[in-house]
Write a protein that binds this ligand. Structure first.
Ligand code: ATP
Ligand code: MG
Length: 258
């Protein structure tokens, strides 16, 4: 990659096996900074495991993961989020159900700002001022994703789609550089899908945040992505501009066979 197209995330021979199961079979991939990259593949092709390897949830069996030029292989998830601003969402909406929408966002901002949970919950004057700033940012983000009216609602009382929007907003709290989204549109209605799509586009365009998005909704994903990468059985099967990739006979066959 040239200096103009710096990689936000690079995988070098990344491999992950669970006993005899090879989930990720040695992947080399550079994700260009400031772009939206879609990642598709049949069930079980290794997409989520690849995200897990990039974000410290599992340690690759072999290979390296770089955020920019920093080798983050083996780092813990919290350190990757805090120091590299590399964040990810999960297939299920992960929110703190007993907390309000606003509290969820404040907590997301705190967790990546401090080194320990004790510091997160300390109540000194500095921490107090910091919470005020986080509250203001939480308000802006709730407005941005169209959840301002639910600011004081408990996350557990929100619909699944609203929880996914809240999870998306949580990832914007720590001013991310790179966001990995695992099935952000699964199980939610078309209106909320459109709202998430618009927000991804806006955050990418205005703040230059890099996105890698795993999604089974290929129509929405190809329209949104600058590039589409296809995984099959833990390896890259196709990679290129979305229009070409979805017409590639090998990709069509992998889906029919998968
Ligand atoms: N913790 C684990 N222990 C054992 N096997 C696992 C584990 N996690 C994933 N696998 C296996 O690794 C392979 C890849 O799974 P992964 O969840 O990464 O696929 P995926 O592409 O995200 O699939 P989906 O589209 O269904 O979410 C599968 O065969 C899966 O069963
Ligand atoms: Mg998955």
């Amino acid at each position: 990659m040239t200096a103009e197209t710096q990689a936000a995330l690079s995988l070098r021979g990344v491999r992950k096996s669970f006993g005899p199961v090879i989930a990720v079979a040695g992947i080399d991939l550079d994700i260009a900074a400031g772009k939206i990259c879609g990642l598709i593949g049949p069930n079980g092709s290794g997409k989520s495991t690849l995200f897990d390897c990039c974000t410290g949830l599992v340690r690759p069996t072999a290979g390296q993961v770089l955020a920019g030029t920093t080798d983050i292989t083996g780092w813990e998830m919290a350190r990757i989020a805090r120091e590299e601003r590399l964040l990810r969402s999960f297939q299920k909406a992960v929110v703190f159900r007993a907390l309000t929408a606003e509290e969820n966002l404040i907590l997301a901002g705190q967790m990546t700002a401090f080194r320990s949970l004790a510091a997160t919950f300390s109540l000194g004057p500095l921490a107090h001022r910091r919470v005020q700033a986080l509250r203001a940012r939480a308000g802006e983000l709730l407005e941005r994703v169209g959840l301002a009216h639910m600011r004081h609602s408990k996350a557990g009382e929100m619909s699944f789609g609203q929880q996914k929007l809240l999870q998306f907003a949580s990832m914007l709290m720590p001013e991310p550089r790179t966001i990995l989204l695992d099935e952000p549109f699964a199980g939610i209605n078309p209106v909320l899908i459109e709202r998430i799509v618009e927000n991804i586009r806006a955050v990418n365009r205005e703040q230059g945040v890099t996105f890698v998005i795993v999604e089974h909704n290929i129509d929405v994903l190809s329209d949104l992505s600058h590039r589409l990468v296809v995984l099959s059985r833990g390896s890259i099967l196709a990679d290129g501009n979305p229009e070409d990739v979805i017409r590639d006979p090998r990709v069509v066959e992998a889906y029919l066979a998968g």
